[in-house]
Ligand binder design. Structure first.
Ligand code: GLN
Length: 301
C-alpha cells in the first residue's frame, strides 16, 4: 500500500485505474473540482485504504456506478446497488416518448402509469418527478412493481430521495400481477393506462459470448434476473403480452399504451408476437440516441 497521502500523489499512483478521480472524489465526499483545486490536501489512511479497495474492484471490471452507489439518469442521481440494473441513457428515450405522448393528451383525463419491473425506479421515479413539474394540472397516479424485493427497496429509496415516494404505490410481484391486484383493490378510476417496461431482453443464448467480450463484461456484475431472457430475449415480453391479453375485461374498456424497451434486432419478432396477441393493434418504434430501435410502443384502445 502507498505511503503517499495527498490527493495529487494518490491520483498519480492510481492513474491506470479507470475512473480513479470519481472514486477518490466519492470516498472523500468532494467534487471533481475540489480535487483539482486542492491537490495538496492530505488523505487519511482509512480513506486511502477505501480508495485502493474500490480501485481494485474497478480494475477487475466492476462498473463505477456500483462502486460509488449512483448513476445519473435524465438529469437526476439514482442510488444503485448490485440488485438493480444500472440505468442506461438509451432508456431516456422511453421516458421522453411517454412525456411527449402525455403532452398530447387531454388534460381532463386521469392516467395510471405502471412501471413493470421497475428495478432502480429510474423510469417510474423520473416520470413521477417530470409529470409533477410539467403536468401538475393532471390526475396521474403511479404504480411501480418488481419481482425482486431488493430492487423494490432501491426504487423506494430513489423515490424518497426525489420526493415522489407519496405519489407511487410500490408492489411486489411478477409482471402484470401487481397491476391486477392494484386495480382490483379499488384503484380503478383512470381513463388511460400507460405501462412502461424495461424487462430483461438480452438473449440468454448469447450470454457466454457477451460475458467473454471485454466491452460487455460489466454485465456479469448486474443482476441476471434483470437482463437475460429466453426465446431470443423475448420470453418475458411474450409472457407480459400473454398476461395483457387475458386481463379482466375491465382493462379493455380503457386506452392502454405499453412502452417496452427492447434491443434493435428484436423489432420484427416483437411486432409479430404483439400482432399474434392483438391482431388489430399496431406497434410503433422509437429509436435511441444512436438511431437504433429501442422502444416498442403498443397502443390498445
Ligand atoms: N440495455 C441493456 C443492455 O443492453 C439491457 C437491459 C434489459 O435487458 N432490460 O445491456
Amino acid at each position: 500500500m502507498s505511503t503517499k497521502n495527498t490527493i495529487s500523489s494518490l491520483l498519480c499512483e492510481l492513474r491506470q485505474t479507470p475512473d480513479c478521480e470519481q472514486i477518490v472524489a466519492h470516498v472523500l465526499d468532494v467534487s471533481h473540482v475540489f480535487l483539482i483545486a486542492h491537490p495538496e490536501k492530505n488523505v487519511s489512511s482509512g480513506d486511502v485504504q477505501r480508495i485502493f479497495d474500490l480501485c481494485q474492484r474497478r480494475l477487475r471490471g466492476e462498473p463505477l456506478a456500483y462502486l460509488v452507489g449512483s448513476k445519473e439518469f435524465f438529469g437526476r442521481d439514482f442510488f444503485v446497488n448490485s440488485s438493480v440494473l444500472i440505468p442506461r441513457p438509451d432508456t431516456e428515450v422511453l421516458v421522453e416518448r411517454v412525456l411527449d405522448d402525455l403532452g398530447k393528451t387531454n388534460n381532463t383525463q386521469s392516467i395510471l402509469i405502471a412501471d413493470v419491473g421497475t428495478g432502480s425506479g429510474a423510469i417510474g421515479v423520473t416520470l413521477a418527478c417530470e409529470t409533477s413539474e410539467k403536468f401538475s394540472d393532471r390526475t396521474i397516479s403511479f404504480l411501480a412493481s418488481d419481482i425482486s424485493h431488493e430492487a423494490l427497496l432501491v426504487a423506494q429509496q430513489n423515490a424518497q430521495q426525489h420526493n415522489v415516494f407519496d405519489h407511487i404505490d410500490f408492489s411486489h410481484g411478477d409482471l402484470l400481477a401487481p397491476l391486477v391486484t392494484h386495480i382490483s383493490s379499488g384503484n380503478n378510476s383512470f381513463d388511460t393506462l400507460l405501462i412502461v417496461a424495461n424487462l430483461p431482453y438480452v438473449d440468454n443464448v448469447s450470454r457466454e459470448t457477451l460475458l467473454a467480450k471485454k466491452e460487455s463484461q460489466a454485465l456479469s456484475f448486474e443482476p441476471g434476473l434483470a437482463l437475460w431472457s429466453e426465446e431470443k430475449g423475448l420470453a418475458h415480453y411474450r409472457r407480459f403480452f400473454l398476461q395483457l391479453s387475458s386481463l379482466p375485461s375491465f382493462f379493455h374498456a380503457h386506452t392502454i399504451v405499453c412502452y417496452c424497451e427492447i434491443s434493435p434486432e428484436q423489432e420484427m419478432d416483437f411486432s409479430a408476437f404483439v400482432a399474434s396477441f392483438f391482431p388489430n393493434v399496431t406497434t410503433m418504434f422509437v429509436s435511441d440516441y444512436s438511431g437504433r430501435t429501442r422502444v416498442g410502443v403498443v397502443v390498445y384502445r
